[in-house]
Structures are given as structure tokens and as C-alpha cells.
Ligand binder design. Structure first.
Ligand SMILES: Nc1nc2c(c(=O)[nH]1)N[C@H]1C(S)=C(S)[C@@H](COP(=O)(O)O)O[C@H]1N2
Ligand SMILES: [Mo]
Length: 522
């Protein structure tokens, strides 16, 4: 450490080192705030304290000057002041590290005091966050000051000459340390904020109390079950509901600032808060959601009780213009899906859903709102993390998956699946329960038949359903004879159309063919 006043280049580096060390302290503070339950961001806490402290006239002035950027400007101000303070700490630290440590500690105290104003924060967590930040700041400053004072040439046997202080190698060593410090600051702040948001969304979701629907959907009684062990349950629990989306990290939407906009070919473009949306009035409907990518026999399908606002009510509020033939749902992450406007008006239970199986939408399934349109595959309809409904024409816009080779329209195809016995299973000869599910959303399943090898098609017993938009359990009792056998299933919808035997892959508009399992009978 340098005892007397540091020479000019070292002084500059000490100041810069102080700024970087402060950045590390703030970044690690964010990380700790994200990791600790009841921890809050010191930077935001200081910002909030400033907002509380300034007179209303100043606030008005700030809003007038900076508009919606006022918060960014405020946070920027906190960061600039912190940096200035940090530069001072760097210069202090170049004389005595202890003084800088005391300065960092004072900084930490400011953070703790500011955090006490936030009802989400606990004092212990605020102290923990401050301690982590102070420690990180001091450690970083020490490393930076060492790098600032290092003279690589002195490691040789030659004595240093005047002017070597700012040699290129010196500068490089210091810059490397400084850049590493900035990287640590940026990475920890980013991770911290994302952890904090995740916890925040979970808390907000848990605290959400949704209004009851007008009119309840029927509950699934024993009639919806065929009573065979191993058959897919009629209701898919949220935890095991399939998840398909393009989101690398699940969007964490702040329900308080979230808005649903209805735009495009409408008389009155709308912007609804979450409360305004649910106040339109909620209904409930059981709908089996299916992915177009589901292979024959696949599991990208689930059945849930959705609660939400009928899509037509939302569209009528905005007033759909004649000729607006397509409804496009847009997600907060920019993903889109589009379907004919008619699907909102033809009587099906298309809705802006806010709840799934009695609880607010799980974050993975679109919190706080998504579209659910019975009878359409998810890729054309079921926009999660919905933030905009745009009315346009079918010709004017192709949603996300269309230019990627998937069909413009995605009505769900009639399908059926054998759940038990599993393919490759060995069963004992005699009576064997064969069971599964079948679906033809929007039409309803009228018949399911099972075939053994090339024998005759035998009608299966069907469980009840709550409506035509859900799958239906089926079961058939097989008198199994020893040997290897193939079991096939096919469903017929309410219009009398039997699912095709023609084998087609999922692309471009949904897989077809009869699900077949091979079973060994001992
Ligand atoms: N925002 C967004 N919504 C989306 C998707 C997506 O990638 N992003 N994928 C869709 C597809 S292809 C399907 S099958 C359903 C799946 O919904 P789930 O994950 O809730 O089962 O969501 C749809 N909604
Ligand atoms: Mo999908």
C-alpha cells in the first residue's frame, strides 16, 4: 500500500478502482437480495427512499422532465452518486485500506436504513445484503489497488525507472482486474434481479385472489372414470401438465404493471389492468389442450379447468371491425399465435384464462393471463403471458409458427391413445383391461374401438365427459391368449367421422394414424 499521496497515474487508477469496487459491492448486493428471502435491492431501496423524501413539486417536475423514464433517471442518479462516492473511497483506500472499509460500511448502513422503508424487507435480510456488499466491495478494492500499484518490471532484477508507473503492461494488468470487477458486478446484479423477480412473481401469484366465476363448471364425478389402473387421469394436475413454448427463461410478469391491450381493427383500442380484466366477468370451462407436435400415442396433451373472461366479451369491449378475420395473441416475449375471429363468436368457450384448476395460472403456463381456445392446437391459439390481442386479417399477418412451416389453421384432429397395457409390457393370459383416452375437442368422442392383431374392431366402454372439449377415458376387456399381440385403437367423433389410419407426422398440421402397442401375453 502507498503511504504518502499517490502519484498521479496511481491516483487515477485508485479512483477508478474505487468506482469498480463500488460496482462490485452493488452487484453482489443485488445477488444477495435475490438469494435471501425478504431481501431487497439496496439500490432500489435508496431510490425509493429518495422518492419518499423529495417534496411533491420536485416529483412533479421530474415526471414532467423525464416522463416514464423518471425511474430510470433516478436509479441512474443513485448509481452516479455511488460511483462518485466510490472514487473517493478508492483514493482513501490507496492511503489506508481501513479508511475505505469504514467508508464502505457507512455505505452499507445507508442501504440498511433505506431498506427499512420497504415492507417486503426484513432487517436481518437487509443487514445480510449490506454485509455481503460491503465485504465484496472491500475485497474488490484491495485487489484493484494491488493491481494499480503493481509494477511488473520490478519482478526482474532491474530497478524501476521513473515513468514506469504507467507502463503498458502495468496498465493492462490493472485494466484486466478492473474489467473482471465490472463483469462480476454485472453478472451478479443480473442474476440477483432475476432471482428477485422470480420470488416476487411467486409471491404476487400466491397473494392473488381471483373472483369467483358466474356459474360453476360441473365437477368431475366418478362417471368420468373408467376405473382402470394406469389410465390417464381425467384432470391433469398443474404440476404434471405438459409445457411447450419457445421461452428460454420463463417470462416473469409483474401483475401490477401488466396490461392487456386490444389493438388493430377495432373501434375502441383497449388497455386493461388485471383487475379490470377479471371485472369483466369470469366463466369456467373444462378444455383439453393439445400440442400439434404430439406424436400418435404422445403425451403433449392435458385437461384442465380454465377460468377466464370469455374472449368475445373482451373483443366486444373493443368493438371488432367488419373484415377483421384474424385474432392474434401476442406474448410479453413477442411470441404470437393467430386464429379465425369466428372462433371467438361461434359459441365455443374461447377465453382469456387467468386460472388453471382453481389457482392462478402457474408461471410456466402463462401467468397472469393466456388464451385458451377449445378445438385448436396450442400453436395457433393458446398464447401464454398474453399482453396484446390484435385484430387483423388472415392475409395480413402470419403468427410465429406459420413462416416456420406449420399450417395456418390448426383444428385439433380426432385421436386416441392406449395407456394400458404399455407397449412392450408382458401380461398374463386371460382377462386384461385395455384402457386409454380419446379426444376430438369441439366435436366430442362418440365411439372408441379396439382391434387385436387383424381381428374385428370391438367397441370400448366410454366414461362420461363434462363437455365435448375434453378427452374421454375408454376401456375394453380383452381375453388375452398367449403370444405376441398388437393392440390398436381408433375413435369416432360425434359427427360420425372415424380417425384416419393414414400415418402422418406432426408437421405441418398434426399427426394421424392409429396408436398401436405391442404386448406379450405369457
Ligand atoms: N408465449 C407463448 N405461448 C405459447 C407458446 C409459446 O411458445 N410461447 N407455445 C404454444 C404451444 S405450441 C402450446 S402447445 C401451448 C402449450 O401450453 P402449455 O405449456 O401451458 O401446456 O402453449 C402455446 N402458447
Ligand atoms: Mo404446441
Amino acid at each position: 500500500m502507498v503511504a504518502s499521496s499517490p502519484p498521479a497515474p496511481l491516483g487515477r487508477r485508485a479512483a477508478l478502482g474505487g468506482v469498480v469496487a463500488t460496482g462490485v459491492a452493488l452487484g453482489v448486493g443485488e445477488l444477495a437480495a435475490g438469494l435471501l428471502p425478504a431481501g431487497v435491492s439496496p439500490v432500489l431501496a435508496v431510490g425509493a427512499a429518495v422518492i419518499d423524501a423529495v417534496p411533491p413539486q420536485v416529483k412533479d417536475l421530474a415526471i414532467r422532465w423525464f416522463g416514464t423514464a423518471d425511474k430510470a433517471v433516478l436509479i441512474g442518479g443513485v448509481l452516479v452518486l455511488s460511483s462518485a462516492f466510490g472514487a473517493g473511497l478508492g483514493l482513501l483506500g490507496a492511503r489506508r485500506l481501513l479508511w475505505a472499509a469504514v467508508g464502505f460500511a457507512a455505505f452499507g448502513v445507508v442501504g440498511v436504513l433505506a431498506s427499512t422503508g420497504d415492507p417486503r424487507a426484513s432487517l436481518a435480510a437487509a443487514a445480510g445484503v449490506a454485509a455481503a456488499a460491503v465485504l465484496a466491495g472491500v475485497v474488490a478494492l484491495r485487489a484493484l489497488l494491488r493491481a494499480a500499484a503493481r509494477h511488473p518490471q520490478r519482478r526482474g532484477d532491474r530497478r524501476p525507472d521513473v515513468g514506469e508507473v504507467a507502463s503498458a503492461a502495468d496498465r493492462r494488468a490493472f485494466l484486466t482486474t478492473a474489467v473482471s470487477g465490472l463483469a462480476v458486478a454485472a453478472v451478479s446484479a443480473t442474476i440477483g434481479r432475476s432471482l428477485f423477480r422470480r420470488a416476487g412473481v411467486a409471491t404476487a401469484r400466491a397473494a392473488l385472489v381471483l373472483p369467483q366465476p358466474t356459474g360453476r363448471a360441473p365437477s368431475p364425478g366418478p362417471a368420468v372414470r373408467v376405473g382402470v389402473e394406469g389410465v390417464t387421469p381425467y384432470v391433469t394436475p398443474n404440476e404434471s401438465f405438459y409445457r411447450i413454448d419457445t421461452a428460454l427463461s420463463v417470462p416473469r410478469v409483474d401483475v401490477d404493471t401488466w396490461r392487456l391491450r386490444v389493438t388493430g381493427e377495432v373501434e375502441r383500442p383497449l388497455e386493461l389492468t388485471f383487475d379490470e380484466l377479471v371485472d369483466v366477468g369470469l366463466v369456467e370451462h373444462w378444455t383439453t389442450l393439445t400440442c400439434v407436435s404430439n406424436e400418435v400415442g404422445g403425451h403433449l396433451i392435458g385437461n384442465a379447468l380454465w377460468r377466464g373472461v370469455p374472449l368475445r366479451r373482451v373483443l366486444d369491449l373493443a368493438g371488432v371491425r367488419a373484415g377483421a378475420t384474424q385474432v392474434v395473441g401476442r406474448s410479453v416475449d413477442g411470441w404470437t399465435a393467430g386464429f379465425p375471429t369466428q372462433a371467438a363468436y361461434d359459441g365455443r368457450a374461447a377465453m382469456v384464462a387467468v386460472a388453471m384448476n382453481g389457482e392462478p395460472l402457474p408461471v410456466e403456463h402463462g401467468f397472469p393471463a393466456r388464451l385458451v381456445v377449445p378445438g385448436l392446437y396450442g400453436y395457433v391459439s393458446a398464447t401464454k403471458w398474453l399482453t396484446e390481442i390484435e385484430l387483423t386479417t388472415l392475409e395480413a399477418f402470419d403468427a410465429y409458427w406459420i413462416p416456420r412451416g406449420w399450417a395456418k389453421f390448426g383444428p385439433v384432429k380426432t385421436q386416441s391413445r392406449i395407456d394400458v397395457p404399455r407397449s412392450g409390457a408382458t401380461v398374463a393370459a386371460g382377462e386384461v383391461a385395455v384402457a386409454g383416452v380419446a379426444w376430438a375437442q369441439g366435436r366430442g368422442v362418440a365411439d372408441v374401438e379396439v382391434q387385436v392383431d387383424d381381428g374385428p374392431w370391438a367397441p370400448a366402454r366410454l366414461a362420461g365427459v363434462l363437455n365435448d372439449d375434453t378427452w374421454r377415458q375408454w376401456a375394453w376387456s380383452w381375453q388375452a391368449t398367449p403370444g405376441r399381440h398388437l393392440l390398436r385403437v381408433r375413435a369416432t367423433d360425434d359427427r360420425g367421422e372415424t380417425q384416419t389410419s393414414a400415418v402422418a407426422p406432426p408437421a405441418p398440421d398434426g399427426a394421424t394414424g392409429w396408436h398401436t402397442v405391442s404386448v406379450e401375453v405369457a
